[in-house]
Ligand binder design. Structure first.
Ligand SMILES: Nc1ncnc2c1ncn2[C@@H]1O[C@H](COP(=O)(O)OP(=O)(O)OP(=O)(O)O)[C@@H](O)[C@H]1O
Ligand SMILES: [Mg+2]
Length: 229
């Protein structure tokens, strides 16, 4: 048989996340299974505290599971150390954090440029400028994160994740700080990354406009995932 089967870019098999702290143990995720195919757009919905950000961090190899297997771009990430995971993500995986995590000592443009330069991308400067333009921030390119509004910081974080044209982009509430018009523009941008470059999108969102434009909606509830409509 030739390779016509869909290719999973992200996969979780019986993944659990358990933490222990001063207040005792807490199971955040329990035996969770999930498979996301190349080019697929999936929305993850659910109440605050249900485990959405934890799941996204595990899938992207930013955090490690306490049980189960996590696969990213066809490779197991839970076997790899921190450096191995970073190398696997490099240029292939984009991540937009719920709290943006921009580097405070770099300008907006430098924040977008840095990952491109680290991966030796050709035309890094042009790509960074293009990404900033697409999120409407060319006039703010030389501003530092502290000089930007929450929505502007969010758009820099999106430009940083978008610019390398990753195979899979994970975004945690990417329209959470944006007004309706800007939010719709960003939704179009993310979906264009899928249609133009075949990227898979895994989007945690409370935004019904974004969720309804995805191929699938999954609902998190107390660390479990249910298929949505
Ligand atoms: N490192 C940690 N140690 C202890 N508890 C944690 C840790 N990380 C997350 N939690 C807890 O796990 C639960 C899930 O957190 P998570 O951030 O994944 O929720 P979420 O669904 O993204 O919520 P929100 O919609 O508010 O962003 C929360 O109750 C949180 O307090
Ligand atoms: Mg969250």
């Amino acid at each position: 048989m030739s390779g016509q089967r869909p290719r999973a870019v992200s996969k979780a098999v019986a993944v659990g996340k358990h933490v222990t702290g001063p207040a005792g143990g807490l199971t955040i995720l329990e035996r969770l299974d999930l498979e996301i195919q190349a080019g697929e757009a999936v929305a993850i919905l659910g109440a605050s505290g249900s485990g959405k950000s934890t799941l996204l961090g595990l899938l992207a190899g930013l955090d490690s599971a306490t049980s189960g297997e996590v696969w990213l771009c066809g490779q197991r990430v839970d076997d790899l150390d921190e450096d191995g995971r970073a190398a696997l993500r490099s240029g292939r995986v984009g991540f937009v954090f719920q709290n943006f995590q921009l580097l405070p000592t770099l300008t907006a443009r430098e924040n977008v440029l840095l990952p491109l330069e680290l991966t030796g991308t050709r035309d890094a400067a042009r790509r960074a400028d293009d990404a900033l333009d697409r999120v409407g921030l060319t006039p703010r390119a030389r501003h530092y994160p502290r000089q930007l509004s929450g929505g502007e910081q969010q758009r820099v974080a999106i430009a940083r994740a978008y610019a390398p044209r990753p195979e899979v982009l994970f975004a945690d509430e990417p329209t959470g700080n944006l007004d309706q018009v800007t939010g719709e523009h960003i939704i179009d941008l993310l979906l264009n990354l899928r249609s133009d470059a075949g990227a898979a999108l895994v989007l945690v969102t409370h935004d019904p406009r974004l969720a309804e434009r995805c191929d699938r909606r999954l609902h998190m509830s107390s660390g479990h995932l249910e298929q949505g409509s």
